[in-house]
Ligand binder design. Structure first.
Ligand SMILES: Nc1ncnc2c1ncn2[C@@H]1O[C@H](COP(=O)(O)OP(=O)(O)OP(=O)(O)O)[C@@H](O)[C@H]1O
Length: 293
């Protein structure tokens, strides 16, 4: 394997060339700062990245470094006592701070959507899972009940559930963790969003199911140009999916650049530490031969 350090000029904090004017970012996070109003502590201290169609950006870093809060800020759903105290988030060129709640409701799901860990807590246990997806389609796409049902079954098939008709009529307790995560992805893509935030979306799953879900996300990206933000404590997941990676520590981005450059030629001590921790899991097996050469 050739080390990327042989090809990459060292920089302390890398920045990545943004896409040309032909591809405006679906999501632009610019120097976002997030504070806890109660403790008056600044938790996220200046995160920036741009997500153009079909691109995948990974966010890695230790627990509590602010990955999830950054994603929640991008979705306009910060927990109650947190607020964005600096910078901006733009979706399709619109600063989300200027959006009214109905405008937000229209954007969420249809332009940007998300899948978090623990799917069971995002699905209603007393409603059949298919009906929950059909409801998203009905509300967001304006389809009639029968068409929405048909579309929901199609979505369950698209996330590679082997018997979508059967799954449509099942309740959460009847499904495995991997199946639930697929259902959640189906719900998240039901309104054809252009960007999907996957926050530790495969963490709770066993390795085989995790690999299947990652392949599914990669396929959605390839097929429909879905842009991805992938949050994971697992560098291998990010190596598998992302073009670009941000390494966060204590609310700050310590390194940002093309995934293979960051993983093969880390500039920051903390990134090196993260990579050393992952070495035992064989990070290189997740890089394609092209990337690893
Ligand atoms: N709902 C909340 N209430 C109180 N504190 C919170 C809440 N959400 C996040 N925090 C705090 O904000 C900080 C950043 O949390 P965040 O969830 O963004 O980290 P993370 O990098 O996603 O961590 P993890 O990998 O463990 O999910 C942490 O110190 C956390 O304790």
């Amino acid at each position: 394997m050739t080390l990327l350090s042989q090809h990459t000029a060292p920089e302390q904090t890398r920045t990545v060339a943004t896409a040309g004017p032909s591809a405006p970012p679906v999501l632009a996070v610019r120097d976002v700062r997030i504070s806890d109003r109660v403790t008056e502590r600044e938790i996220v201290r200046g995160v920036s990245f741009e997500l153009t169609p079909g691109k995948a950006v990974g966010i890695v870093g230790e627990s509590g470094s602010g990955k999830t809060l950054t994603c929640r800020a991008a979705l306009g759903i910060l927990p109650p006592h947190f607020e964005v105290t600096g910078g901006s988030v733009e979706i399709d060129g619109t600063d989300i701070a200027t959006l009214t709640p109905p405008q937000w409701a229209a954007l969420r799901g249809s332009t940007i959507s998300a899948v978090f860990q623990d799917p069971a807590s995002y699905l209603n246990p007393s409603i059949r899972v298919g009906a929950q997806i059909a409801e998203v389609v009905r509300v967001k796409k304006g389809l009639k009940r029968r068409e929405a049902r048909h579309r929901a079954v199609e979505l369950l098939r698209a996330v590679r559930l082997s018997d979508p008709e059967l799954v449509y009529g099942q309740y959460t307790y009847e499904l495995s963790g991997g199946m639930l995560q697929r259902v959640l992805i189906a719900a998240a893509i039901a309104a054809d969003p252009r960007a999907l935030i996957a926050d530790e979306a495969t963490t709770a799953l066993d390795v085989t199911v995790q690999a299947e879900i990652l392949d599914l996300l990669a396929e959605l990206r390839e097929r429909s140009g879905l842009a991805l933000v992938v949050v994971s404590h697992d560098l291998a997941v990010v190596a598998h999916l992302c073009d670009e990676v941000l390494v966060m520590r204590q609310g700050e981005v310590v390194e940002h650049g093309p995934t293979r450059a960051v993983l093969y030629d880390p500039q920051h001590e903390y990134t090196r530490l993260l990579i050393a921790e992952h070495d035992q899991y064989g990070l290189e097996k997740f890089l394609t031969p092209k990337e690893a050469s």
